[in-house]
Structures are given as C-alpha cells and as structure tokens.
Design a protein around this ligand. Structure first.
Ligand SMILES: [Fe+2]
Length: 409
C-alpha cells in the first residue's frame, strides 16, 4: 500500500517536471516567434484576377490529381495559360496521403521539361506534393527523407502557386509538406518557411463540385485548426484575430455552403480555411490533432472526419480551463452577450459543433478503434503534442488513453 503511494507520487512528480520543461520550451518558442521568417502568400480571389501573375510564368508544372481533371477543374486555368502562350505540363497522379513516389515522379516531369515554376491545383495532398517537388528541385543531393523535420530545405524554391479546390487544410498558407514513404509507409513532415507558397488563388468556383462529405469534413478540419490555435497560449493578436474570424465565418457559412445556398458561402469557407491555416501555422494545433493523427495513421480514416468527432470531446475534457477563451469566441461570433455566463458560452459552442456534426451525418464516436491499440496510439499522440503544442491542458500518456476510450464511446 505504502509502496504504491510512493510510486504514484513519483509518477506525479515526473509529470510535473516534464510539464514544466515543456511549458518552458513553449514559452521560449513564443518569445522567438516574431523573429521567424514567416511570409504570407499573396492572395487572389479568382483565377481571372490572378492573370497578372499567371501570364508572367514560363514552363509550368501543374501538380494535380485525377479527380480534378475528371471534374474539369483545370479548364479555367488552362485557358488563361493558353491565352498567354504559357507552356504547361501535368502531373496528375497525386493520391490522398501523397507518397514519395508522387513527389519523385512529378520532379522527373519538372526536370524533363525544364520547368521553372509550380502550380498546385487541388486539395492539401496536391499542395503538399508540389511543395516537396520544389524542395527536392533545390536540394539535388538530398533524398526526400533527408528533408524531414524543420528547416532542412533552407533554399528558395521555384515560384509556387497554390490553388486550393477544398476549403479545409489551409496548406496554401502553411510551411509544411506531409508525405508518406512509398516503401515503408512512414509518414513524415518537411517544415520550412521556403515552402510557404508565393501566391494563393482562392477561387471558390473550383470548390463547387466538392462531394458533400468532403465539404463537411474539410470544413470541420478548418474549424478545428481555428479553435485549437485560438485556445493555445502561443497566439498573438494577429493569430487570434485570424482564428476568431475563421471560426465566425465557418459557423456562419458551413451549413449554407453544404446546402448550396449561395456562392458567397463557398467563398467565405475558402477564406476561412485560409485564415485558419495562417493561425495554426503560427500558433499550432493541439491535442485534437495529436489524437486524430494517431487514429488516421492506424485506421486510415479521413483526417477531417476524425477531427470533427474528437473536437467536442476534447473541449469538454478541457472544461472550465477554457471557459474564458470560449466566451471570447462566442462573443465574437455573436452567440452570447455580456450578460451570459462563461459556462453558457462554453455549452453553446460545443452544442453548435455537435449540431453541425449531426447535420453532416458525422458520428458521435469512432467505435471501430480497438482498445488494444490505445497504448501505442496514446504514445504517438503524446509524442506529437509534447513539447510542441502549447495546449491549454497538457495530457499525459494515461490521459490520452482515457481520451481514446471516450472517443470509442
Ligand atoms: Fe487538420
């Protein structure tokens, strides 16, 4: 009895020490943040408006996927390039969770045709592939795997224009490219400021043919980016404003976009996704993403779908620790007034998320995840979250296991 008490105390002491070390790291990162060379992409609201930059290109590789071509989403871009006598080539084999094979095949076409710039036309997987092609082009003596981690590229990549066709990942404004090793299936990220696209063309007409489930889950992913980055303590007034505006736009437009009520709703969702991307690339995501990535890696479920389910569960777990910020979110979204209590605001936001999930036929739990996988997934989630994510409540490995039980339901 006495021994178990001593053990427990040792464990708790270890957790407290680890947490203080992680918090110190996060505080240090917050201090050096203003010195980091972030450069936002220059934004155009339509392909037509972006003609000024497109007409100056020369030998372009368009990185895309089969579904984009099947839905003719390349036609408007192609017409502008043709009208301006710009030579272009395609790589259209990008898959969901893009692979190193995708990157190397696209690079081959880029080199063979003496291309000078890249256009990524598609969702997050396509944009991530184009970023990695740019990185490999300037790091000729490196393998893709050797670029894994932070600031390994460190050299200006060719002009990269990102044209997102989904409203969710925010990859058009982030510094990360996530790829899967084709041989080992190991998933890793290349993170470098030089990978932030030079231009982002947010043309909502390209999102009109998005399947409804994709629209809903990518939108909920963007909402998760915005909420997690706002709740983190590394944000500044700029990231807070971007996150709040993204949350408001998503709450006001996601249902109308889903119901195809107006073009304006689609445009607002695309812009919200961009703002959320800007916010989380500086203020990070949090435990929802850490939990979701481990599930996604093991069970191959769509990222946005997992996030949508986990988001309200994690927010409830944070409870009163996030009341103050949840009130600020609710106030900004005009869901409460100063007369309402913080707990009312907290409930309203969580209920809103649950109501959206119900409308989109997203389940409350993921009952297919297996108890036997919880320890290994919890370790992965813990490793991802710590010390990087400046979350409002830090989870231990046991906390993550507890969360997986709640997610399973
Ligand atoms: Fe995400």
């Amino acid at each position: 009895m006495t021994n178990s008490i001593i053990c427990l105390n040792k464990g708790e002491t270890m957790n407290i020490i680890k947490k203080s070390i992680f918090r110190t790291y996060q505080f240090f990162m917050k201090l050096i943040f203003p010195l980091l060379p972030y450069k936002d992409p220059i934004v155009y609201e339509s392909l037509e408006n972006a003609t000024t930059i497109l007409k100056d290109l020369d030998n372009v590789l368009i990185v895309t996927d089969k579904a984009i071509l099947l839905n003719n989403l390349n036609i408007k871009l192609e017409n502008i390039l043709k009208e301006n006598q710009i030579k272009f080539y395609y790589y259209d084999q990008v898959v969901a969770n893009p692979t190193s094979k995708n990157v190397l095949e696209a690079l081959e076409i880029y080199k063979k045709n003496n291309c000078h710039s890249l256009i990524a036309l598609g969702g997050g997987s396509v944009i991530d592939t184009a970023k990695a092609v740019g990185a490999m082009h300037v790091k000729k003596n490196k393998t893709l795997r050797q670029l894994k981690g932070l600031l390994k590229v460190n050299k200006k990549i060719p002009t990269l224009i990102a044209i997102p066709t989904t409203a969710g990942t925010g990859s058009e404004t982030t510094l990360a490219s996530v790829v899967v090793d084709s041989e080992t299936r190991y998933k890793y990220a290349i993170n470098d400021f030089v990978l932030i696209p030079k231009y982002a063309i947010l043309d909502a007409s390209l999102t009109l043919s998005m399947p409804l489930m994709l629209l809903a889950t990518t939108g909920m992913d963007a909402l998760t980016h915005a909420i997690e980055s706002y709740l983190n303590f590394s944000g500044n007034s700029k990231t807070d404003n971007d996150a709040l505006e993204a949350i408001k736009l998503i709450f006001e437009n996601i249902e109308n976009s889903y119901d195809n009520v107006s073009f304006e709703a689609k445009r607002n969702m695309l812009y919200a996704s961009f703002l959320a991307g800007k916010a989380f690339s500086r203020a990070y995501v949090g435990n929802v993403h850490a939990l979701a990535h481990a599930i996604g890696g093991k069970y191959n479920l769509p990222h946005g779908y997992i996030n949508a389910i986990i988001l309200p569960i994690v927010l409830k777990e944070y409870g009163s620790k996030i009341y103050k910020k949840m009130f600020k979110i609710a106030k900004y979204c005009q869901m409460v007034t100063d007369n309402d209590s913080q707990s009312d605001a907290f409930d309203k936001i969580i209920n809103k998320i649950i109501t959206l999930n119900e409308k989109f036929n997203i389940q409350k739990n993921i009952d297919t995840i297996l108890e036997k996988d919880f320890p290994s997934m919890a370790k992965k989630a813990y490793k991802e979250a710590n010390p990087l994510y400046p979350v409002p409540v830090m989870f231990t490995i046991n906390d993550f296991i507890k969360m997986y039980r709640k997610i399973k339901g």
